[in-house]
Design a protein around this ligand. Sequence first.
Ligand SMILES: NC(=O)c1ccc[n+]([C@@H]2O[C@H](COP(=O)([O-])OP(=O)(O)OC[C@H]3O[C@@H](n4cnc5c(N)ncnc54)[C@H](O)[C@@H]3O)[C@@H](O)[C@H]2O)c1
Ligand SMILES: O=c1ccn([C@@H]2O[C@H](COP(=O)(O)OP(=O)(O)O[C@H]3O[C@H](CO)[C@@H](O)[C@H](O)[C@H]3O)[C@@H](O)[C@H]2O)c(=O)[nH]1
Length: 350
Amino acid sequence: MIFDGSSERRGSILVTGGAGYIGSHAVLALLDAGWPVIVLDNLTTGFRWAVDPRASFVEGDVTDSALVRSILTYHEVAAIMHFAGSVVVPESVVDPLKYYGNNTAATCSLLRNAVDCGVPHIVFSSTAATYGSPDVAQVCENTPTRPINPYGRSKLVVEAMLADAAAAYPINYCALRYFNVAGADPAGRTGQSTAGATHLIKVCVEAALGRRELVEVYGTDYDTHDGTGVRDYIHVSDLADAHVHALHLLMDDPEASHTMNCGYGTGFSVLDVLDAVERISGREIRRVMRPRRPGDPAALIADNNLILSRTRWRPRHARLGDIVRHALAWEDQLARRKPGQPVGQREIAA
Ligand SMILES: NC(=O)c1ccc[n+]([C@@H]2O[C@H](COP(=O)([O-])OP(=O)(O)OC[C@H]3O[C@@H](n4cnc5c(N)ncnc54)[C@H](O)[C@@H]3O)[C@@H](O)[C@H]2O)c1
Ligand SMILES: O=c1ccn([C@@H]2O[C@H](COP(=O)(O)OP(=O)(O)O[C@H]3O[C@H](CO)[C@@H](O)[C@H](O)[C@H]3O)[C@@H](O)[C@H]2O)c(=O)[nH]1
């Protein structure tokens, strides 16, 4: 993205979780926009090789206060983008304290250090799971937040913490509520690489490429057009660009904080996704119908008017076909990579 906003580029951006799926795309977006980047990641689910070599890399935990403070004081950190966290909804149901620890308590620790070290801005990875199971077709930011799983609650508490901190200290924040993130860098530099990932598009793409035997469809009796769960899938590179816009929004008015949906406003069911992956890959995918998965809402679709009005962010890869094509291309490349080999620069046809 070329950013021609008025904010000055002073200092570096600390990206926690920058070796992970979304964080590694945000690192690319920041570097491509001219920002120096420092990544802090403990590599529990991320990969060192996924971090672009133009960024500095520190292996460590966001709860390691001594480490975080040394980064914040040594580098001139203009803002933090906080992606580090635990992300799997069903796991949060069986191990909620992991989520309150790594999402809520860890962010409290990071925020404490950010405030103490005078970092003026933070962009936070929130989630559509904060809405729970809404009774409206599209959720806007003031739709009541009633999360139905510990993952969503662990993030909603952080949003409250950020609001209280921004009222009390000289820091402003942008909480971006991501809908379902999918796809991969169109230039093939990074993508979703976690082994055993549970996200639907990743699972379908693995099945199409013969790396899984089948796809389980969790729930066929939802009140949706075909009975399966409906989600708003956002291309990860569009989401990464949204972070750069959020950063400039914070810098342009340090008094204002923002909570904004990141989605396209279009919903696809599990069967729609399966059909798209079959069509684009040319492979048939074996489907097995299963009961509903605990903690899953029927449908979650964004009203994205707020981010469209407050920033100049505009989606560039909003077609489900593009998301699937880029996910397939990444999965294919990932399978052929040798362990530790840096990510490629191959152009993927859009
Ligand atoms: N993937 C989605 O659909 C989605 C949707 C909504 C919100 N989010 C949020 O976006 C963020 C990134 O998600 P992702 O899909 O890229 O997941 P990911 O697991 O690929 O990335 C998380 C990264 O954080 C690192 N990490 C985890 N805990 C850490 C800690 N305590 N200290 C340092 N590093 C740590 C991991 O090693 C990994 O590199 C998360 O906060 C997640 O809750 C993701
Ligand atoms: O093998 C699978 C995987 C998923 N699903 C269904 O597909 C939909 C999407 O599921 P999934 O890809 O696991 O994402 P979500 O559970 O919707 O959660 C994602 O999207 C949320 C925002 O909407 C984020 O907060 C979470 O981090 C992220 O995991 C749901 O209806 C699931 O029941 C299946 O039927 N089979």
